[in-house]
Design a protein around this ligand. Structure first.
Ligand code: NI
Length: 434
């Protein structure tokens, strides 16, 4: 009994060692609170002057200037317009990467905020406004604040913090490389080699002050695919002279629907196959030679993803073959699975509790949207979480979603996000295993 008691005591002590001591925690919390006004100011500046993916030159320079003032080793530009900075703590320890995305979207802002964006541009041949309509301005401001606070506490830091300000999360312009994949390609996870990575996303549609997460597959892998069906052209009055690619496409489309509903183990994870585009023919009485369809696949498990790809190929080619047509399938892996390392997630959840309050930290079902933070998680263990920022007195059912002109966040959520990023970083440094 005594042995058990002392064992419990040892476990309790070890768990408290897993986090920074309360005095240091209180100091960090206070410094976060003191910096809140600045965070809002930075965010408003970034919000007023948004830049599209791979065009974030002023944004990058603004971030780099801030980090240089803090005395960090700054690399700029990285992966087109990104910024990477290193902060070396006084004591030995792990290398922790923290990531913020910095790009805005071709959306015209619709509100009367004094810092609303008036930036205009031409995107894909269309005149449009530019807006931080996904909240990446808040991520940038928060990470600038994390850098400032951690720099002040250098003597208490164990290990190294690598700040990654990443461009083009929304996707690089056609024909260009960019985003997390390019950051990784340019070696951001090496020299010094990163042990772990943390990232967050503000959520205008989640209750204010909450933090939500899911271990393992949290945000789906997104693949784009297309199928080109080739048949034989004929007069519309004589279909027996044709191999009708429209009818074959209709059969393929129906066949694809059975991959999820009949052939996938749905209790394991959800998956989606959507055809968003279908094109064929030119007039009523001509059976065309070709039909084209394109869609997206969302999966939350890598093994299921591979199987679904295989089945799409099989379904399309065999249905086409049975009609004497051919089907050419092309699958393009856009974003990998946002996969929160389960052991890491379990370790870090108490750090999130300290930021938002235990009752406001929620484990959520998976999301079928995607995030290129997943590119880093393919290489090193990582944790990604959402910070709720829905303005009060909004109806969760009608609140404007991300990527829309009315997108709006409550700025007080940034303090929660800031504390969460600080806590996971500091607690990870003090984990007993390191
Ligand atoms: Ni986003």
């Amino acid at each position: 009994m005594k042995k058990i008691l002392s064992l419990i005591l040892i476990i309790a002590v070890q768990q408290s060692v897993a986090q920074v001591n309360p005095k240091f925690q209180a100091k960090i919390d206070q410094q976060a609170k003191d910096l809140e006004g600045k965070v809002i100011e930075w965010r408003r500046h970034l919000h007023e002057f948004p830049e599209l993916s791979n065009r974030e030159t002023k944004t990058g320079a603004y971030i780099a200037e801030h980090l240089k003032k803090l005395g960090l080793e700054v690399q700029y530009p990285v992966a087109k317009t990104g910024v990477v900075a290193l902060l070396k703590g006084a004591k030995p320890g792990p290398v922790i990467a923290l990531r913020a995305d910095i790009d805005a979207l071709p959306v015209t802002e619709r509100n009367s905020l004094p810092f609303a964006s008036k930036v205009k541009t031409n995107f894909n041949g269309q005149e449009t406004g530019v807006m931080h309509a996904c909240g990446h301005d808040t991520h940038t401001a928060i990470l600038m604040a994390v850098a400032e606070i951690l720099s002040k506490n250098k003597s208490d830091l164990k290990g190294t913090v690598k700040f990654i300000f990443q461009p083009a999360e929304e996707g690089a312009p056609a024909g260009e490389e960019g985003g997390a994949a390019l950051m990784v390609k340019e070696g951001v996870l090496g020299n010094p080699s990163v042990d772990v990575i943390f990232g967050m996303h503000i959520m205008s549609i989640a209750p204010l002050g909450t933090i939500s997460y899911k271990p393992a597959g949290m945000m789906a892998a997104a693949d784009w695919f297309s199928i080109t069906v080739k048949g034989r052209q004929a007069h519309g009055s004589a279909p027996w002279m044709s191999i009708d690619p429209i009818v074959v496409s209709a059969q393929i489309l129906t066949g694809l629907q059975t991959i999820i509903s009949r052939q996938t183990e749905l209790t394991k994870e959800a998956a989606v196959i959507t055809i968003g585009r279908i094109q064929s023919g030119i007039r009523e009485n001509i059976i065309p030679e070709e039909a084209f369809m394109a869609g997206t696949i969302r999966t939350l498990d890598v093994e299921m993803q591979d199987k679904i790809h295989e089945k799409i190929r099989l379904t399309a080619t065999k249905i086409a073959e049975s009609a004497g047509a051919t089907a050419e399938v092309s699958i393009d892996k856009k974003f990998p699975l946002t996969y929160n390392d389960p052991a890491l997630t379990e370790k870090m959840v108490p750090s999130l509790y300290k930021a938002a309050g235990k009752e406001k930290v929620i484990q959520i079902p998976a999301v079928t949207g995607s995030e290129d933070f997943s590119e880093y998680q393919k290489v090193v263990p990582g944790l990604f979480f959402f910070v709720g920022a829905m303005p009060p007195n909004q109806d969760p059912n009608t609140v404007p979603s991300h990527h829309t002109p009315d997108f709006m966040i409550d700025e007080s959520a940034m303090l929660t996000g800031l504390k969460a990023m600080l806590n996971v970083t500091l607690d990870y440094m003090y984990l007993p295993t390191k």
